[in-house]
Ligand binder design. Structure first.
Ligand SMILES: Nc1ncnc2c1ncn2[C@@H]1O[C@H](COP(=O)(O)OP(=O)(O)OP(=O)(O)O)[C@@H](O)[C@H]1O
Ligand SMILES: [Mg+2]
Length: 210
């Protein structure tokens, strides 16, 4: 899915935290949004991912405005995956059950868990696996319905370097197999894996590296 953001401005109360953001996210690419704490990454990601409406400006999804998307729940279910810093798995369910909860097609679960290298852990509860394994289960949940784009906010915030690089590696692999990733992170190492790096500073796009 191509995502085009035009002249985005966002205010929290009187505080302006996005100040004229214009970006295009190409389909099937791995885009990283980097920048200092408070630069507006989460705000921008929340707007791009349909979770929040900007104060001013617009976002188009394959040419359609938010208002033209129709049933937004249905749109999200079929097109978008989400991954957050704190994986938000349900601790009363096994890794497999957590993924199954979201799955439209049961048959895809085990192959996907295998693809992410956690098939042998699928019967364990989320507090019985490591942080990196937990995050891979959260990524499986985001990918299970083959979304066209996955949004992730600080997905490696809780991981050590080795596991963080493993997650970027997965994003790159899945991006090259056709899923788009838009990932906000303050970790500069993500730049070695992403196709496009959007550098935020004080609510504006400071630089775009491709
Ligand atoms: N819900 C909110 N209410 C008021 N101000 C907010 C809110 N969320 C964020 N802000 C402010 O907006 C600015 C941008 O915040 P944002 O969360 O987008 O930054 P960020 O780049 O994601 O930072 P971090 O790296 O710390 O996650 C900051 O000044 C922050 O204090
Ligand atoms: Mg943030």
């Amino acid at each position: 899915m191509k995502i085009e953001a035009h002249a985005l401005e966002h205010y929290y109360g009187h505080e302006k935290v996005l100040n004229g953001v214009n970006i295009t996210i190409e389909p099937r690419s791995f885009t990283a949004i980097i920048g200092e704490s408070g630069s507006g990454k989460t705000t921008l990601l929340s707007i791009l991912s349909t979770l929040m409406q900007p104060s001013f400006g617009s976002v188009r999804y394959d040419g359609k405005t938010f208002q033209e998307l129709g049933n937004i729940d249905l749109f999200r279910r079929h097109n978008i995956g989400f991954v957050f810093q704190f994986h938000y798995l349900i601790s009363y369910l096994t890794l497999r059950e957590n993924v199954a909860l979201a799955a439209l097609d049961e048959a895809k679960i085990d192959p996907l868990l295998g693809n992410l290298g956690i098939e042998r852990l699928s019967g364990r509860y989320s507090d019985e696996v490591s942080g990196g394994e937990r995050q891979r289960a959260a990524i499986a949940r985001a990918l299970i319905n083959s979304p066209s784009v996955v949004f992730a906010d600080e997905p490696t915030g809780n991981l050590d370097t080795k596991n963080a690089l493993g997650v970027y590696e997965l994003f790159r692999r899945f991006a090259h197999e056709g899923t788009g990733f838009v990932v906000a992170s303050h970790d500069k190492k993500i730049a070695d894996y992403a196709d496009v790096i959007i550098e935020m500073e004080d609510g504006i796009v400071k630089k775009i590296h491709q």
